[in-house]
Design a protein around this ligand. Structure first.
Ligand SMILES: [Zn+2]
Length: 464
């Protein structure tokens, strides 16, 4: 009797197991996604209108790519520091499958062994932590290809809004999923980059004046966060060794395969890839010029100033042997400023004046800049106008403003644009230029004001 019962249960188990397997195999990706909208591109994905979900197709296992997130729509407070267009750093990641799980793994490029010996490489890989950024569940599998529900990944607080609001003493907030959704107008897909965006609402008790001042209902702070999966560049880029005298930003890692008599720390500068069409010519056009695009949201006569200022860099590239290799244009109407294919000078509004900055998406393996992104604070030009107003008596003879006010403000904006673009093409500050005839735009040059005692008053010359 015992044998019969045992047989019965064994048989039942096998039947269940087979039934389970059949169920998984019988659903194809095509069947599962039949009613979804497909976005073809670097990683194919689907929008499921009925459930509001994003389904991601993965078949390139253990293949590294770049993951970048950014704040597409910000909070608008310079003091809080959550600005429109703010980049969130560049990470090399890869998908790895284990049974029903898909892990998004970030390898550790801070510690390497650049060696042909796999054992040396393994010794370093196993010595330092990696980071698994997310775990997905396989919903459908077809051979090597799987479909996962990636909605929660794209609707997470990747940019750390909760943390920033807490650190700035603005209150304790948490993500409210019921008030958050995928933002379809900025969900796009291209052969080398996959772009997704989500509207996220953070609810909580506001404690600070800054968050109250910029949010219609401070108990609910709604922003948008953008995610990009980007194909890594090919291996034809030649990294350039960092030298502190070069004035460049750099990347640094330890290479445990370094010969013992050499420094273990390796440093490369950050720069765009640039190759001459004619490598033997002293002056040559570039195979692919570096193009920067200026935000269409800046009004004239403002918009022309950052275009002109950023264009000054063409002189530097020409001195280095490149003709027309650095181009600045207005952003195309249908382009997304967070799309990795565009170097952007963005015109960013906040409730108060604040600093501008330049950041880059770069390949953490080599330092190659993939996208430059300048954030120009819009109130700065108004502040400069007010400074100029304070220096002269512009309304002495009636109501017409003195044209020098605008001239000075735009001159400073040209300089600021050149300065921030300098950062996004990899160059650090050069404060030594202050005592070298103000020779570098990478300095913080103060307005050069010359006082001349005239018959009636003081004439101010603004030299920038
Ligand atoms: Zn700077």
């Amino acid at each position: 009797m015992k044998r019969i019962i045992l047989y019965f249960f064994t048989h039942l188990f096998v039947t269940c197991a087979l039934f389970g397997q059949n169920t998984a195999v019988s659903v194809t990706i095509a069947a599962k996604t039949a009613n979804f909208k497909k976005y073809d591109g670097y990683f194919d994905y689907y929008w499921d209108e009925a459930s509001g979900k994003i389904w991601l197709e993965i078949e390139a296992w253990d293949t590294e790519f770049l993951y970048v997130h950014a704040l597409a729509a910000g909070v608008g407070s310079n003091d809080i520091g959550l600005d429109r267009g703010q980049l969130g750093g560049s990470r090399v990641v890869k998908f790895h499958k284990v049974g029903p799980k898909v892990l998004l793994i970030e390898p550790n490029y801070g510690y390497r062994a650049i060696s042909n010996n796999p054992d040396e490489r393994k010794a370093v890989e196993q010595a330092f932590a990696q980071s698994v950024l997310w775990g997905f569940k396989v919903e459908v599998q077809e051979g090597e290809k799987v479909l996962v529900d990636a909605t929660d990944f794209f609707m997470q607080d990747a940019h750390g809004v909760v943390q920033t609001l807490s650190q700035r003493n603005q209150g304790s907030y948490k993500l409210d999923v019921s008030r958050s959704a995928i933002y379809l107008p900025m969900c796009k897909n291209f052969p080398k980059n996959t772009e997704l965006e989500a509207t996220l609402t953070f609810t909580g008790e506001p404690k600070g004046a800054w968050i109250r001042s910029v949010t219609p209902t401070p108990e609910a702070v709604t922003v948008r966060q953008h995610h990009s999966f980007i194909e890594l560049p090919d291996n034809n880029y030649q990294p350039r060794v960092f030298d502190p005298r070069s004035g460049y930003f750099g990347i640094e890692f330890l290479d445990y395969a370094t010969p013992i008599q050499e420094p273990i720390a390796k440093r490369y500068i950050r720069r765009h890839r640039l190759e001459k069409k004619n490598p033997n010519a002293k002056l040559s056009e570039a195979v692919e010029p570096i193009v920067y695009y200026v935000d269409r949201g800046a009004p004239e006569p403002i918009k022309s100033a950052p275009i002109e200022g950023a264009s000054w860099w063409n002189q530097a590239f020409e001195a280095a042997g490149y003709q027309n290799a650095f181009v600045v244009k207005e952003m195309p109407a249908d382009a997304d400023p967070l799309d990795v294919r565009y170097n952007v000078i963005q015109w960013v509004h906040r409730s108060t004046r604040g600093w501008s900055y330049g950041a880059s998406v770069y390949d953490p393996r080599t330092g190659e800049i993939i996208k430059g992104h300048v954030s120009l604070g819009s109130l700065r030009v108004r502040q400069d106008f007010l400074i100029a107003q304070g220096l002269v008596q512009p309304y002495e003879n009636g109501t017409t403003p003195d044209p020098r006010l605008l001239e000075m403000a735009l001159a400073r904006l040209r300089q600021l644009s050149a300065h921030e673009v300098g950062h996004t093409i990899g160059i650090a500050h050069n404060f030594a230029a202050s005592i070298n005839n103000r020779a570098s735009v990478m300095d913080y040059p103060h307005p050069l004001v010359e006082l001349r005692i005239m018959e009636q008053w003081i004439l101010v010359s603004l030299m920038q």
